[in-house]
Design a protein around this ligand. Structure first.
Ligand code: 5GP
Length: 208
């Protein structure tokens, strides 16, 4: 009797997955992602390019690749940016080469991008890896406002602009695979981990 069928499904390496986490600014995407990255093995963060300045608590190459508008345009023309948006007067874009490097290392990746960017990826049928779309939001607009205020990194006008943007983003929830309501960080981290673990076992990811 041949062992081929077993080998095909058990020895064969599964395709690596991109987990896309989107949702309003202030909903807690970064906090959830940071925890999940320390608790789930073989998962790495997709570091985006941005033209916005580095915040005090951030690091080059860890939170973002901070680049000029000119450099951003050059990478865009080169085809290294899978999707990009202009958000709050800055450009943000997903690095194709960075994600490919991570996949080559044998890990899944987790992206923290806005809803427009997630939608651009969703409608791009040339991507040759599985993507899972997770929408993360806070329980209410008031919670979002107080979380943005607590963060203390933005002034009042920017907070109001981010809230208006959040309302537009909430209208796109139906385009996502999963919805997480971040009431408690512990619970949301547990649910995100559950999604990742289940998606890694999905049959379609085992086909090369
Ligand atoms: P922040 O300036 O607070 O780090 O990020 C602002 C927003 O930009 C967040 O909603 C974040 O998810 C989004 N963002 C960060 N990187 C990217 C990216 O590469 N592409 C897109 N579309 N959005 C991004």
């Amino acid at each position: 009797m041949s062992n081929k069928l077993f080998e095909q499904w058990t020895a064969g390496d599964r395709r690596k997955i991109a987990f896309v986490i989107s949702g309003p600014s202030g909903a807690g995407k970064s906090a959830v992602i940071n925890r999940v990255l320390t608790e789930i093995p073989d998962l790495a963060y997709s570091v985006s390019y941005t033209t916005r300045p580095c915040r005090e608590n951030e690091q080059e190459g860890i939170d973002y690749f901070y680049i000029s508008r000119k450099e951003f345009q050059r990478l865009l023309a080169q085809g290294d940016i899978l999707e990009h948006v202009e958000y709050m007067d800055a450009l943000y874009g997903t690095s194709k080469s960075h994600i490919n490097r991570l996949f080559a290392q044998g890990v899944d990746v987790i992206l923290n991008i806005d809803v427009t960017g997630a939608n651009t990826l969703r409608t791009n049928d040339t991507l040759d890896f599985p993507l899972v779309y997770i929408f993360l939001t806070s329980p209410s607009l008031d919670t979002l406002r107080s979380r943005l205020k607590q963060r203390g990194t933005e002034d009042k006008e920017i907070i109001e602009r981010r809230l208006a943007e959040a309302m537009r983003e909430m209208e796109m929830i139906h385009l996502f695979d999963y919805l997480l309501i971040n009431d408690s960080l512990e619970q949301t981290v547990a649910e995100t981990k559950a999604i990742i673990i289940a998606e890694r076992r999905r049959i379609r990811t085992w086909r090369t």
